[in-house]
Every structure is written in C-alpha cells, then in structure tokens.
Design a protein around this ligand. Structure first.
Ligand SMILES: Nc1nc2c(ncn2[C@@H]2O[C@H](COP(=O)(O)OP(=O)(O)OP(=O)(O)O)[C@@H](O)[C@H]2O)c(=O)[nH]1
Ligand SMILES: [Mg+2]
Length: 314
C-alpha cells in the first residue's frame, strides 16, 4: 500500500496579511537518546513522535507543529547522530544531517545527565557545519546534577558558540516556555505554513506504523528492538460507525527474534496490539481491529530494496 493517501495535513503555503507574525522551521538534532522526540512532543503538546529508552529509535525526520497566536514553529525531529553499522544507520545519519540544511534554527539537544562522549563529539561536529542560529538544550535536567551542567557548559564553550544554552526537562515539561521564546525570536517574520489545528505532517498510516513499533520495542530488549520494522499491508477505513481494519507485518532479522516477538502462545504480539490499539484509534478517530503478523526478513537493515520500500527518503 502507498502512504500519503490520507495525510493528516499538507503544507498550505504561506498565507498573506499577518503583520508581526513569525514562522519557520527548527531542527532538533543530537546524539541518540538525548530526548529529542520527547522534547518535540512536549513542545507540540501531542505525541507525534515515538520515544523509547533505546537509542536510535527515530529512523526518519518528522515534523511537529506548534501554533501560537503570534508564531508558528515547525519542529523537525531527526534520527540521533551516531557511527552507522548498516545501510539503515547510514541513511538515518544522512537524513539527520540533511535536515539541518533546510531549517531556520538548529537546536542541539544533549542529555545533560550523561558525560560527554564520542556521540556528543559527533553531534558537535555536525553543529559546527550549521549555517543558521544554533541553540542548545541541556535536556534531562531533572536527573542531571549541577556538576553535570558545569561539565557540559565547559564542553560547549570549547567546541561551539551557541547563541543560547537552555536547560530543559522534556519529561517534566520544564524550561519549555523559555525555549520556545528563544526559538521564536530567531524565526523570520511570515505567515503560518500550516493551519492552526495541524500537529504533524505525517500521514495516519505512518503514525500507526510508528505506534506499533514503539510498543514492540518496549516489550523487547538487547538487539531485538533495533531489528524491528513495521509494514502496513492493509488499511481499510470503516464505513460510518464501523471498525477500521489494519493489517501490519512486524519484520525481524532472525528466527530467534521472531520467537521473542511472538512470545509463548502469542503472548507478546497480543500485548503489542493491546498497547497500540488505543493510540491508533485516537489517530484513526474510531474503533480499530489490529491484525499483527511477525515475519523474518533476514538482514533487512542492510537491504537497499527493503529500505526503499519501508523508509523511502524524502
Ligand atoms: N529523566 C528524563 N528522561 C528523559 C527526558 N527526555 C527524554 N527522556 C527519556 O530519554 C529516553 C529517550 O528519549 P527519546 O525522546 O526517545 O530520545 P531521542 O533523542 O529522540 O532518541 P533517538 O530517537 O534514539 O535519537 C526516553 O526513555 C525518555 O523518556 C528528560 O527530560 N528527563
Ligand atoms: Mg527520537
């Protein structure tokens, strides 16, 4: 099936006649697991990106839209920057870097509760190539100590010249008003790109796939979460008041992973469906029957054809 047939929104293009209004694009980038997607959701006020405790959760850039009376901020969530070990990883990093070229402001999101390491260096390198105002969010301030913060501030001072460094907790929603203000100040004047109730540019199908992947990742560990890809096979919209039928395949790379994902007597796959359904129904806008299947597609992360089908580059 093709995605994009029932897009939640399409950019309408700038509208005229709103003096003093600001609008533009802000990329959230940084090391894996720093809280970029959690921050995007907190800023937008809705869950438009999946988040998990596992690094490299986000696989493609996606947008979340915040509409205020005086401004519209289109946040672009990106995959975490890391040393790729397969084609999927290469594509993730390439797309994350590319997203930085098409925005008005770049926001480097760092996990302040961890000490700076190799991945932070990689992010700093990407940040040095940014041609737009650079801001930094020292995120996870709820679990970072004053000492951690000091370490990061010194680390930043030696490497980058961000226009502002802000402390946030995406999880608790702390420091977000100040962050939004700092970002909006740097956006160009112009009318909104999206209508006021648009939250994301993702089609419903993409959201459904991601919700299923999130639940599958939550219920597995070690290498299994990284080996899961979700493909929608069928999305049959309900007639008025009926049930929408959604059939999806969860691809894994090995038979052993399939066994884990299915679980004894189908216990795990059923639990994935049980957790995913309420969120899927909220986006679909009515009752949903989720028909989930698990399939071994050996080494899919290294296969160009598979990646083109499931993760087409924009
Ligand atoms: N304590 C705390 N945890 C946070 C905060 N922000 C995010 N997290 C947690 O950090 C983990 C990773 O969050 P994500 O939002 O998925 O991180 P990400 O940067 O998008 O990760 P990738 O997509 O893998 O690059 C999750 O378990 C979040 O709940 C925060 O401010 N405080
Ligand atoms: Mg993410």
């Amino acid at each position: 099936m093709t995605e994009g047939t029932t897009a939640v929104v399409q950019p309408t293009g700038p509208q005229q006649g709103m003096p003093g209004h600001r609008s533009g694009f802000v990329a959230l980038f940084g090391p894996p697991n720093s809280g970029k997607s959690t921050l995007l959701n907190a800023l937008v006020g809705a869950k438009v990106a999946i988040t998990t405790p596992v690094p490299q959760t986000t696989r493609s850039p996606l947008r979340g839209i915040l509409t205020l009376p005086h401004a519209q901020v289109v946040f672009v969530d990106t995959p975490g920057l890391h040393r790729p070990r397969h084609k999927l990883g290469e594509q993730m990093v390439r797309e994350a870097r590319k997203a930085l070229e098409d925005v008005d402001v770049a926001l480097l999101v760092l996990d302040a509760s961890r000490t700076p390491g190799e991945e932070a260096e990689e992010a700093a390198q990407a940040a040095r190539g940014v041609r737009v105002p650079l801001l930094v969010a020292l995120n996870k301030r709820d679990v970072a100590t004053e000492e951690d913060m000091g370490t990061w501030e010194r680390w930043l001072a030696q490497r980058l010249h961000p226009e502002e460094v802000l402390r946030t907790s995406a999880l608790r929603g702390d420091g977000l008003d100040g962050l939004v203000e700092a970002l909006v100040r740097r956006l160009p004047e112009g009318p909104p790109y999206f209508t006021a109730d648009d939250l994301t540019d993702q089609p419903v199908q993409a959201l459904v796939r991601e919700i299923i992947r999130e639940k599958a990742m939550e219920l597995t560990r070690e290498e299994v979460p990284h080996a899961i890809a979700v493909e929608l096979e069928e999305f049959r919209k309900a007639e008025e008041g009926g049930v929408t039928y959604i059939r999806a395949t969860l691809h894994v790379e090995r038979p052993s992973q399939k066994k884990i994902l299915v679980g004894a007597g189908g216990r795990v796959i059923r639990e994935i469906g049980r957790r995913a359904r309420p969120e899927v129904e909220a986006w679909v806008g009515g009752p949903v029957y989720l028909d989930l299947w698990v399939k071994v597609t050996e080494d899919w992360r290294r296969k160009e054809g598979f990646l083109r089908r499931l993760y087409p580059q924009r």
